[in-house]
Design a protein around this ligand. Structure first.
Ligand SMILES: Cc1cc2nc3c(=O)[nH]c(=O)nc-3n(C[C@H](O)[C@H](O)[C@H](O)COP(=O)(O)OP(=O)(O)OC[C@H]3O[C@@H](n4cnc5c(N)ncnc54)[C@H](O)[C@@H]3O)c2cc1C
Length: 269
């Protein structure tokens, strides 16, 4: 078995280019489950754990989050809680502190699990991932990074190095609807980011990718209960839902209607 621990991004990119089949490991919480269940059997690993440049968190202007920044840091860093409260909220309700202490922003985006909390808030916030390889760097909006169930638009030799979240132009709210335990993944995830008098509502955890409808949101009147109810109903009708152990498609659709109304009342007036 080969276990490589590069100490710079350049070194990691070179290793990934030379071994495109190697598994990149960040916090290991997702990969641990895959390995434990026998779904992953790989002899070549590249750990990002020693790369300090991937652990930086910049809060001047936009929020600049290195791929190895943990959920717990985003939840607890005072300036993130103050200036990006919706984001701190979304990362702060993932699993338990034990998971949040090791799980990373790069890992949650690269695993593209539909039942994760942070992606819908990142899409609502218009966050962009910086993706690098030995061929160069490109910027990818999070909604274009997640392609489907456990599928991303990352090439085999690419790594997520950073996520940039614009400074909010209004309140952000994340609502996690669970049907079982407090530490469960969401049955329905609803994120809203206010942009002056407009709002961007993104629904996650109900199908392969986060979904939002700008045309439906255009009818929003801040603080108005009737418009919140109508938008909730329109989302419930438009949304694509799957059924799984956390709820049927029909149940999810009903919850979406209610949760979208609630998030709109929380984010306005
Ligand atoms: C018990 C449990 C409960 C959970 N509950 C929730 C929950 O309630 N809500 C929720 O949102 N999530 C939940 N999760 C999921 C958890 O948040 C993810 O497993 C975690 O975010 C993945 O991050 P990681 O750093 O551990 O990734 P890893 O497991 O290290 O990697 C995940 C994937 O990303 C790839 N990868 C990692 N970093 C990069 C990078 N920089 N560039 C390219 N590819 C990369 C890896 O190759 C791998 O394919 C839960 C997990 C567990 C174990």
């Amino acid at each position: 078995m080969s276990w490589q621990m590069p100490s710079t991004v350049d070194e990691a990119l070179r290793l990934k280019a030379d071994n495109p089949g190697a598994t990149v490991i960040a916090g290991g919480t997702f990969l641990g489950i895959l390995s434990g269940q026998g779904l992953l059997d790989n002899d070549e690993w590249i750990s990002l754990q020693n790369i300090s440049e991937l652990k930086t968190l910049g809060t001047e202007g936009d929020l600049s989050v290195g791929a190895m920044v943990t959920h717990r840091r985003l939840e607890l860093t005072p300036v993130v809680r103050e200036d990006w409260p919706g984001l701190a909220q979304a990362f702060g309700v993932v699993a338990s502190p034990r998971i949040r202490n090791v799980a990373t922003i790069g890992g949650v985006l690269a695993d593209a699990d539909y039942a994760s909390d942070p992606p819908s808030m990142l899409v609502a916030s218009r966050a962009v991932a910086e993706v690098a390889s030995v061929r160069g760097m490109r910027r990818v909006p999070i909604e274009d990074l997640i392609a489907g169930h456990y599928e991303t638009t990352l090439a085999d030799d690419e790594l997520i190095t950073r996520v940039v979240v614009p400074r909010p132009r209004g309140k952000g709210v994340y609502r996690k609807f669970r049907t079982r335990s407090r530490e469960d993944r969401p049955t329905v995830a609803v994120a809203a980011a206010r942009e002056d008098d407009r709002v961007r509502v993104v629904v996650g955890a109900v199908s392969d990718r986060p979904q939002h409808y700008a045309d439906i949101c255009a009818a929003w009147k801040p603080g108005d209960e009737d418009s919140a109810r109508e938008i909730g109903a329109a989302y419930a009708e438009a949304i694509r839902c799957i059924g799984d152990g956390r709820g049927s498609a029909a149940y999810r659709r009903r919850v979406v209607g209610v949760e979208v109304r609630r998030v709109l009342m929380q984010v306005g007036p």
